[in-house]
Design a protein around this ligand. Structure first.
Ligand code: A2P
Length: 279
């Protein structure tokens, strides 16, 4: 069993270097997959209200032999609940659905800039953090501009920004901004779901050179970039493989060749945070 090393967040909490993505797992399938993932050694579980699986994730945690305080549970505020009071109310619903007293990492799912409510939501999250109910608070899909606005309006920067990140969209500038401000990057769709990224010759060559799978190469690339990938897999064999990336190291040339697969239009779902509105 592999237990990932951890990063120290700006607020003093720790975050595993790889997490388990849960979308679109739900119901019994979701509970089983999260249970398998915990048994495989995952200690960071990434859920969201909009994945409709907080109940399934909560059941898996309740049934697991892994102690609650060893698991970092993430969930995310949906767009329709943005605003100060509605954020507090949505947080309570998430706690109830997950069956947890506290949530380890609570994120704003999307900025939804046209709604103009993310600063109010953030103030509510700062309050939840001060109460100890959300141990760490962060955001997802925020741009440099929106992160800067949070800081200027509230004085508090997120500890984490979870963004679309894979070899076709390596997010160089935003990662540099995160690094300069001690914000930990998390990668969603780390394997570039639905694209041919895992068949790229640079990745296949590295997999052959290290005797691992293309998926493991891409996940190791995230780890060496300092970003926390959140691969989803319903398959216990792949789950274990995806976590087992701490026994080899990519060379600087391999890292560079993978990063060079990036494209300006590399987003896979057309979800640009400046225009996307997710309720
Ligand atoms: P499965 O659940 O059958 O393993 P992403 O993390 O980029 O969102 O991609 C998730 C998708 O990639 C899922 O469909 C998952 O399918 C598949 N997947 C997960 N791990 C691997 C891997 N190591 N190699 C290839 N495909 C994978």
């Amino acid at each position: 069993m592999t237990i990932a090393p951890t990063h120290l967040l700006a607020d003093g909490n720790s975050l595993p270097a790889i997490g388990f993505g849960t979308y679109p797992l739900r119901g019994d399938e979701g509970t089983n997959a999260v249970g398998e993932a915990l048994a495989a050694g995952y200690r960071l579980i990434d859920s969201a209200v909009n994945y409709q699986n907080e109940d399934a994730v909560g059941r898996a945690i309740a049934r697991s032999e892994v102690a609650r305080d060893e698991i970092v549970v993430t969930t995310k505020l949906p767009g329709r609940a943005q605003g100060y009071d509605s954020t507090l109310a949505s947080f309570e619903e998430s706690r109830t659905a997950l069956g947890l007293e506290y949530i380890d990492l609570y994120l704003i799912h999307w900025p939804n800039p046209e709604d103009g409510l993310f600063v109010d939501s953030w103030r509510a999250m700062v309050h939840l953090h001060e109460q100890g109910l959300a141990r760490s608070i962060g955001v997802s899909n925020f741009t440099e501009e929106y992160l800067t606005l949070l800081q200027s309006e509230t004085g508090v920067l997120p500890t984490v920004n979870q963004i679309e990140l894979h070899p076709y969209f390596p997010q160089l500038e935003l990662r540099e901004f995160h690094q300069a401000h001690n914000i930990r990057t998390e990668s969603w769709s780390p394997l570039g779901k639905g694209s041919d990224v895992l068949a790229q010759p640079e990745i296949v060559r590295a997999a052959e050179a290290h005797g691992v799978t293309p998926g493991q190469i891409v996940l190791r690339w995230h780890v060496q970039l300092g970003s926390v990938p959140l691969p989803k897999s319903a398959d216990p064999v792949r789950q274990r493989q995806n976590l087992d990336v701490f026994g080899f190291e990519l060379t600087p040339a391999e890292m560079e060749s993978i990063t060079l697969l990036g494209r300006a239009d590399g987003r896979l779902f057309g979800a640009d945070p400046v225009t996307h509105n997710e309720q």
